[in-house]
Design a binder for this molecule. Structure first.
Ligand code: ADP
Ligand code: MG
Length: 313
């Protein structure tokens, strides 16, 4: 459905998107995840045909988005970062107007407007002036607009940004329902959101793709090299750490004090689980233990790991 090759965008000295490659198959829901300024919006604007690339290529539904832009756009529904709505128009009137612009045949206008109003939960506000709607409703009008011409691919740039938790839930449910009939590429800087909605995640940072996999695999990849928390009362923490480093399956050990307790953070070797060895070691040395655990790896951790510990998002 989407094929991107060596796509690059420079703004003067800034390389916003730096030679990225990826594909999206029909029916997938792929999440672009990255901190502010990573290049998500720039990539999406290029794919939607609103911004020419500096170099590289991309196609949607087999049409080159630059040389066959009009054809490609028939297959794309785009929800930009800041939804440009006509604030003094009424919802249904606006959608009818947009449908006309996007080439929906006259005889199908009423039906299409009715369909998207229903799908986006906008039935009761169809006659309202857009400018008087809440941010959540406006976002749904933006989604309805993106879907009005029945595109195969939806490109949704931060669809839940600026919404309150209730509105976020509604928009999320809506996206979840959409995935039955659409291929979706969405961006977010909120990890749990991507994890909840997407079948695949593309982690982008400083214009480059840092990782690309299912949320499950991304988590598992790091889960194998995960950390173990081990709290014990030991006479000499430094000597204890040195001993622990010798244990089978242990790659590294750091420690800090917490009152009488020493909290060790143990880095397991790939595919190894040294918890049993730790337990034996503690028993042999008659250490008092209050915790031996392996915290689940969240996408937050995956992200921090692949982007070099960046947490500014
Ligand atoms: N029109 C523009 N002119 C100059 N620089 C831009 C423009 N659009 C984006 N940038 C820069 O490109 C980089 C990527 O921005 P953007 O794609 O908006 O990131 P994201 O959506 O991931 O937050 C940023 O450094 C941003 O300042
Ligand atoms: Mg953006």
């Amino acid at each position: 459905m989407v094929k991107v090759e060596q796509l690059t965008k420079r703004f003067g000295a800034i390389t916003a998107v730096d030679g990225i490659d990826f594909t999206v198959e029909k029916g997938e829901i792929v999440g672009f995840l990255g901190p502010n300024g990573a290049g998500k919006s720039t990539t999406m604007r290029m794919l939607a045909g609103y911004l020419p690339p500096t170099s590289g290529r991309a196609s949607v539904a087999g049409f080159d988005i630059f040389s066959e832009s009009l054809k490609a756009r028939e297959h794309i529904g785009y929800l930009p970062e800041n939804v440009p709505l006509y604030l003094d128009m009424r919802v249904a009137e606006f959608l009818r107007y947009r449908a006309g612009l996007k080439g929906v045949p006259q005889r199908r206008l009423t039906e299409r407007v009715g369909d998207v109003l229903e799908m986006c939960g906008l039935d009761e506000v169809g006659k309202k002036i857009i400018g008087r709607l809440s941010k959540g409703f406006r976002q749904r009008v933006g989604l309805a607009d993106a879907m009005i011409h029945e595109p195969d691919l939806l490109i949704l740039d931060e669809p839940t940004i600026g919404l309150d938790p209730n509105q976020i839930r509604l928009v999320r449910d809506l996206i979840r329902n959409l995935r039955r009939h659409h291929t979706i590429l969405l961006s977010s800087h909120i990890l749990p959101e991507v994890e909840m909605l997407c079948s695949r995640v593309i982690i982008i940072n400083k214009g480059r793709i840092e990782a690309m996999d299912t949320p499950q695999n991304l988590r598992a990849r790091l889960g194998q090299a995960g950390h173990i928390l081990f709290d014990a009362i030991v006479a000499d923490p430094r000597a204890a750490a040195t001993d622990l480093r010798q244990l089978e399956g242990v790659q590294g050990v750091s420690h800090r004090r917490d009152g009488d307790w020493t909290v060790f953070t143990i880095e397991a070797a790939p595919d190894r689980d040294p918890r049993e060895a730790l337990f034996h070691h503690a028993t042999e040395n008659k250490w008092r233990v209050r915790e031996i655990s392996r915290p689940p790896v969240t996408l937050e951790r995956v992200f921090a790991e692949v982007t070099g510990g960046e947490e500014n998002f």
